[in-house]
Design a binder for this molecule. Structure first.
Ligand code: LIP
Length: 293
């Protein structure tokens, strides 16, 4: 197994420097632009952080590739190859950042041969740095992490998100999923507004599961390995193998809770991250399985 520790330590250093940029602007007024919907925002700080990260990595590792949220938004192709690739969300929780809601994170993952080697999620207002290297455990500010191990869905706190989609199908699917889980019942449903930090709550054991449909690889690539290295389970909403490009995820304290959530929730159609943006919404029916029956 190749040792990517030098890249990992470089990534942690970059996350700390990115956090300084974010915190410098956190209390200031922000100029906001819209992307895919009135709730999908981007600020100058998002772009500045991503430019800083890519520039620093390119200087250190000129042959590596990148998948960055704002680069993709600017039209760069989204393709995960076998080449060492940095998967970056400069500010996960941009709406929170704009509103000064104190859950914003820089998320940095690193994949080789399409396998994630490490993930770093720095929730910078909280000053909580979550990280994991494949096969070496998960940590919060240097302390080992482990999931709750909860196996009874009725004793779970579940984290999810109402994403930026505002069409009737997506909104009805997301809200009815919350209704169905609460009726099981479960102990509670929570949403922090950042997928990366949401998922890290499962790694900490403060929540027992997280699920979401419609997010992107940069939102969850880092937190997925953090949950896995904390002893958790990460699968697709169809109950099968997790695929960071599918835009669907369930992360849980145990396989039984993950499967129970897969049985209960429904999904809405969304294009895979690596799908041609000009193809039909559900180019791959399997990838966009819609359980509306
Ligand atoms: C955010 C996700 C969150 C979702 C938001 C947004 P961003 O990512 O982390 O789960 O609910 O709508 O997509 O855009 O702040 O990087």
């Amino acid at each position: 197994m190749s040792d990517w520790s030098h890249c990992f330590h470089f990534g942690v250093s970059l996350a700390n420097q990115a956090a300084e940029i974010i915190l410098t602007s956190f209390q200031k007024q922000k100029a906001v632009k819209l992307k895919s919907s009135p709730a999908d925002l981007v600020t100058e700080t998002d772009q500045r952080v991503e430019t800083f990260l890519i520039s620093a990595i390119r200087t250190q590792f000129p042959n590596h590739r990148f998948i960055g949220e704002e680069s993709v938004a600017a039209g760069e192709a989204l393709e995960l190859t076998d080449t060492p690739t940095w998967i970056i969300d400069p500010i996960d929780g941009t709406v929170n950042f704009v509103h000064r809601f104190p859950f914003v994170a820089v998320s940095i993952a690193f994949a080789v041969n399409k396998q994630t080697e490490f993930g770093v999620v720095y929730s910078c207002v909280e000053n909580k740095l979550f990280c994991a290297q494949r096969g070496r455990g998960a940590f919060l500010n240097g302390e080992p992490l482990h999931v709750s191990g909860q196996e009874d869905i009725s004793r779970c706190v579940i984290v999810t998100e109402i994403g930026p989609e505002r069409d009737d199908l997506a909104l009805s699917t997301m809200t009815s999923n919350i209704y169905r889980l609460l009726r099981l019942p479960v102990h509670g449903v929570r949403a922090l507004g950042t997928a990366a930090v949401d998922m890290c709550q499962v790694a900490v054991g403060g929540a027992d599961a997280y699920f979401h449909v419609g997010l992107h690889c940069w939102d969850i690539a880092a937190s997925a390995i953090i949950v896995q290295e904390a002893g958790g389970v990460v699968i697709d909403t169809n109950g099968l193998h997790f695929d960071m490009m599918s835009r669907r995820v369930i992360a849980a304290s145990s396989a039984s809770v993950a499967q129970r959530i897969a049985d209960v929730i429904q999904v809405f159609p969304c294009r895979r991250d690596d799908e041609d943006p000009y193809s039909s919404v559900c180019g791959d029916a399997g990838a966009c399985e819609n359980k509306h029956v």
